[in-house]
Design a protein. Structure first.
Length: 252
């Protein structure tokens, strides 16, 4: 049902950084959470956990594979219909794919990375913006916020990660341009650029056993979530456009 609180939509919310962001926002309170991921079971488990820890929290789940062409529009429409507004979009869903030479990469892996890491957040941003700019403004807040959980690969190209690098650099360029386009509308566009982080994305990289990294020095999802909360909770007139987080010690 419609809410009077800001509605935060988190993609890839069922684990890793997305799950950590959900917990962090539930802890500070004042937001209604819309959680999206492919796994209905995992989303419902997270919802139950959050509501047990925060009984006053409003949280709804919206299972969706945002990489599918029609899914971004359908997801935004479902959240708007179910909760009455969309105030914050956190584009967190992503995939690592296959690491290696482009000449050895199956076309399916290339398409999967582009579809999820670049096309999905672009389309989600498009439809979320349409909602943000045409809904009543909440007192003391801007028109909306879009946060992209990007990667240090969006700023630094890594050999053997060419397609992944390209999707993340493309997302950075998109976000930078979108931020300038929307500042006069009061919409903030924010990029979060973590270095190596201990998430399930490493399970998607198709690494050889002897190339599997030691995650001891990796960032933790909760640290990235803290950066998201910091950027999101700034006053409406303040834009933290870019946060880069790196492990203190070299992680890989």
């Amino acid at each position: 049902m419609p809410t009077t609180q800001p509605v935060v939509l988190i993609t890839g919310a069922s684990r890793g950084i997305g799950e950590a962001i959900a917990h962090a926002l539930a802890t500070i309170g004042g937001y209604t959470l819309a959680l999206s991921a492919r796994s209905t079971e995992a989303l419902n488990t997270l919802k139950q956990t959050l509501q047990a820890e925060h009984p006053s929290l409003t949280v709804e789940v919206f299972p969706c594979d945002v990489a599918l062409p029609q899914s971004p529009q359908a997801l935004i429409e479902a959240v708007f219909k179910g909760l009455g507004r969309v105030d914050v979009l956190i584009n967190n869903a992503g995939v690592g794919g296959k690491v290696g030479l482009i000449t050895e990469m199956p076309d399916a892996h290339l398409h999967a990375m582009v579809d999820l890491n670049l096309k999905a957040p672009m389309l989600l941003s498009k439809y979320a913006l349409q909602a943000m700019l045409n809904q009543p403004k909440l007192a003391g807040r801007g028109m909306g916020t879009i946060i992209n959980i990007n990667s240090i690969a969006g700023k630094t190209a890594f050999p053997f990660w060419a397609v992944y690098d390209a999707t993340k650099a493309g997302l950075k360029a998109f976000a930078d341009a979108l931020s300038e386009e929307q500042r006069t509308n009061g919409v903030r566009v924010i990029g979060i650029y973590p270095g190596a982080c201990d998430t399930a994305i490493w399970e998607t990289l198709d690494l050889a056993a002897d190339d599997t990294p030691d995650k001891t020095g990796f960032l933790r999802p909760a640290q990235v979530a803290e950066a998201v909360v910091f950027a999101l909770t700034q006053p409406a007139g303040t834009l933290v456009s870019d946060i880069t987080l790196m492990p203190t010690a070299p992680a890989v």
